[in-house]
Ligand binder design. Structure first.
Ligand code: NDP
Length: 448
């Protein structure tokens, strides 16, 4: 008999925590998980899933418009934000139920409450109950970061944006990253006046420059406004309830809502980590080694709380690797090379591997191929919006070391192509594959 209440206690039932819990349980561990918000975490409840549904909803604006060129007699349509919002929230609740069901099916005990650490092998629940566990996994994810300035309390974050009572006629979005560009596309398609305000002069740092430039150019053509090098000074609430956003170097912007999309920080505050001796980095992330173990032997961490790569599939990999290694007798180290990523902007971006600039710095001699084209559908629709695919090749080995795409369905195409990049295939391998015509993806094997 173990002297502990559990073999594993997981704090946080998001993507990483749920995966680790159920896999550990399937390996025979006695597992409990505590979740203070809703089961499913950021991705399911207030991130990837509801966002993607809004992206689908938004895209109908263009589809309905373009349908006329394809012979459909479409009357003028009205968009009902509350109907989409409620349908999306209902879907989120359905998925939350499925996640809880998964835990239940694997006999994982679920505590719907906050848990904090009181010892290397002991947690305390919000009602004061203390439980012991041989190992503890921190999987508490991240939390939106909002810079402090006068009136910053008037800004909403991605936590609240899915619940808006009404569609803002004018929205100012702070930040130029994933969330800013995705929601700019969403609100713009719904008919809001969107202004992205960035402290620097570039959007989507980390993505290939040409692809970022293309998104900027298309976004501006679609009517999204940008202010660069314009840090927020204040948000002033007006007598009529609207907001006035004051910026450095720019005229103030009137708005009905301000969305802060200025990054996410590890959710470690108040968890008792440092008190029991777990080392955090200067951003508050749990420091872990490649086996996801913290500075304390009994405490591990996976997902956004470790601030490695803030992506759901990465957290899931880490949760799986942790559970397989510790409870399944199958030591697994997560491979972080060539992790594909996407921005669900309008149009979306997909990328894997090195950007052109990274490859030049790291490899020296490279070849770059691009295909700059208008998707067939856009041509007939009269939509002057060009896709751009870019392939970065190592001159010495002919290996494709980077693929970067912006255009319709780019993430769907990129996911399949990422297999080839991950496998280390060469430009010659791509060229040897016969094109599938007519498709957009065929550009990948036709680049000259
Ligand atoms: P990002 O890191 O993508 O972008 C943050 C933006 O905020 C950058 O433009 C950054 O500017 C700016 N910023 C940072 N700090 C400040 C500050 N103090 N004042 C003003 N501006 C600031 O973060 P997001 O919030 O968009 O998303 C959070 C994370 O969630 C992402 O990193 C991503 O990992 C994940 N995510 C992934 C998605 C996907 O996979 N499709 C979708 C949504 C989120 P600068 O460039 O100058 O640093």
């Amino acid at each position: 008999m173990s002297k502990f209440d559990y073999d594993l206690f997981v704090i946080g039932a998001g993507s990483g925590g749920v995966r680790a819990s159920r896999v550990a349980a399937s390996h025979g561990a006695r597992v409990a998980v505590a979740e203070e918000h809703r089961v499913g975490g950021t991705c399911v409840i207030r991130g990837c899933v509801p966002k993607k549904l809004l992206v689908y909803g938004a895209h109908f604006a263009e589809d309905i418009h373009d349908a006329r060129q394809f012979g459909w007699d479409v009357p003028d349509c009205r968009f009902d934000w509350t109907r989409l919002r409620d349908n999306v929230l209902a879907e989120v609740s359905r998925l939350e139920g499925l996640y809880a069901q998964t835990l239940d099916n694997h006999k994982v005990a679920l505590f719907r409450t906050r848990a904090t650490l009181v010892g290397p092998q002991k947690v305390r629940l919000a009602d004061g109950q203390e439980l012991t566990s041989e190992r503890i996994l921190i999987a508490t994810g991240g939390w939106p970061f909002v810079p402090e300035f006068p009136g910053s309390e008037h800004a909403i974050t991605s936590n609240e944006v899915f619940h808006l009572q009404e569609l803002p006629k004018r929205i100012v979005i702070a930040g130029g990253g994933y969330i800013a560009n995705e929601f700019a596309g969403i609100f713009n398609e719904f008919g809001s006046k969107v202004t992205i305000v960035n402290r620097g002069d570039a959007i989507l740092r980390g993505y290939d420059e040409q692809i970022r430039d293309r998104l900027l150019q298309i976004s501006m053509t679609k009517g999204i406004e940008f202010r660069f090098n314009a840090p927020f000074q204040s948000i002033e609430k007006q007598a009529d309830g609207s907001l006035l956003v004051h910026l450095e170097n720019c005229e103030p912007i009137p708005a009905d809502a301000v969305l802060a999309a200025t990054g996410r920080v590890p959710n470690t505050r108040g968890l008792g980590l440092e008190e029991v001796g777990v080392e955090l980095d200067r951003n508050g992330a749990v420091k872990v080694d490649e086996t996801n173990q913290s500075s304390l032997e009994s405490i591990y961490a996976v997902g956004d709380v470790t601030n490695r790569i803030q992506l759901t599939p990465v957290a899931i990999r880490e949760g799986q690797a942790f559970a397989d290694s510790v409870f399944g007798g199958k030591p697994t180290i997560v491979d972080y090379s060539n992790v594909p990523s996407a921005v669900f902007s309008h149009p979306p971006i997909g990328a894997v591997g090195m950007t052109e600039a990274e490859a030049r710095n790291r490899l020296g001699s490279i070849r770059v191929y691009t295909s700059d084209f208008r998707a067939m559908k856009n041509v007939l629709a009269g939509r002057n919006e060009r896709a751009l695919y870019k392939m970065v090749v190592n001159e010495a080995t002919d290996q494709v070391v980077g693929l970067h795409m912006i255009g319709p369905d780019a993430p769907e195409i990129l996911q399949a192509a990422a297999v080839a990049v991950k496998a280390g295939l060469t430009k010659a391998d791509f060229d040897a594959t016969v094109a599938l015509h007519p498709s957009m993806a065929e550009e990948l094997v036709l680049m000259k």
